[in-house]
Design a protein around this ligand. Structure first.
Ligand SMILES: *Cc1c(COP(=O)(O)O)cnc(C)c1O
Length: 362
């Protein structure tokens, strides 16, 4: 028998989430498939979306070229833009859109001498996140310079939110306002919303959405917000699965695993599961982190090892060797696991490795 650990990827759920995002936002939506589609496999995800998605977004050029080489013909936007002239020429040759967020990238375009009106640029406005993008004082000048480059046929104006996943927080409204003020007279499409923007900020919806995490069925907003918006229900795309391959009885006082951090206070049954932090399951989660065993709620006990971890079977006498364990997916909310791991679903998904990805499309 081979090791039973896998990431089951539900491509029908992915498509459903994409359509949910675009319907909520209106206009068009670039499916963000950077970082290997948040650990789900960029080529498989892009192919599954290729007949419905308006386009795709990735972080950097190699990710975009991988999609082109796999036969993806829809628009692709490179969010970090081109790092050098070679990348710019490759982007042009492959009809890849790129963000322009700093002066050097405009100079690169001027130097490249591409044919007139042969490329489309996304000008990135820093409306308050203070990460990438032209500051409010530089946007108009950058737009002017960019629009004077003969190769640039059109410009989309984009910005990114720092705190859209905080529904009560004014920072997002302030970013929208700053963006509006500085771009008022500038022609071109607009794009502001990441997943949290699509879900929680109707006033920020523009021509193009850029949903990422929501495509994969992980909602970035707090549970309290979701409770008020049941129509925004997303379908989990990845189920991280394994099986119990050994069972042990602990006597009161027995310490379990590295560090002996868990000590049984009564007679307990524990199951050993064939998955660990080398597969991307977070090492930092404490005893009590939820799992599902053959569909029943249970918990991690003791420290997560590199290749295995333990789960509590004391209340599940019917569970044993061969029982299926879901680490996250349809039964175990990845946001709950992320909370226990002191991180976010994004990081958990991106970190999945070593386990095979198995695709379903029912
Ligand atoms: C990653 C990214 C997105 C997608 O963000 P989500 O929170 O996953 O929806 C959108 N826009 C930019 C600029 C990004 O870097």
């Amino acid at each position: 028998m081979t090791r039973p650990s896998k990431a089951l990827i539900d491509l029908a759920a992915l498509r459903q989430n994409y359509l949910t995002a675009r319907n909520l936002h209106g206009g068009r939506a670039l499916a963000v498939v950077k970082a290997n589609a948040y650990g789900h496999g960029a080529v498989f995800c892009a192919r599954a979306l290729s007949d419905i998605a308006d386009g795709f977004a990735v972080a950097f050029m190699a990710e975009a070229l991988e999609l082109r080489q796999a036969g993806i013909t829809r628009p692709i936007l490179v969010l970090e833009g081109c790092f050098d002239l070679d990348e710019l020429i490759a982007a042009h040759a492959n009809q890849i859109w790129f963000a322009v967020h700093q002066r050097a990238q405009i100079e690169m375009l001027e130097k490249a001498g591409l044919p007139p009106s042969s490329t489309h640029a996304w000008l990135k406005v820093d409306s308050g996140m203070h990460r990438a993008g032209f500051g409010l004082d530089d946007v108009k000048e950058a737009y002017k310079l960019l629009s004077r480059v003969p190769a640039v046929s059109s410009i989309t104006l984009m910005s990114h939110f720092a705190r859209a996943d905080e529904p009560g927080e004014s920072a997002t409204e302030e970013q929208v306002k700053a963006f509006e003020e500085v771009t008022r007279d500038l022609p071109g499409d607009r794009s502001l919303c990441n997943s949290a923007g699509v879900l929680a900020w109707p006033d920020a919806r523009r021509d193009w959405a850029r949903p990422g995490i929501l495509l994969y069925g992980a909602n970035p907003l707090p549970a309290s917000f979701l409770a008020q918006h049941p129509e925004q229900k997303l379908a989990p795309v990845m189920s991280l699965l394994s099986e119990i391959f050994a069972v042990k009885t602990l006597n009161p006082g027995d310490a379990l695993g590295y560090g002996g951090t868990f000590v049984a206070d009564r007679t307990m049954r524990v199951g050993l599961v064939a998955i660990g932090y080398a597969d991307g399951y977070p090492r930092g989660v404490p005893t009590g982190t939820p799992v599902a065993i053959d569909g029943n709620a249970s918990r991690i006990v003791g420290r997560v090892s590199m290749d295995m971890l333990n789960v509590d079977l004391t209340h599940l006498p019917q569970a044993g060797i061969g029982s299926q364990v879901e680490l996250w997916g349809r039964q175990v909310d990845i946001n709950q696991v992320a909370h226990h791991a002191n991180t976010i679903a994004y990081e958990l998904l991106c970190n999945v490795k070593r386990v095979p990805r198995i695709y379903t499309d029912q």
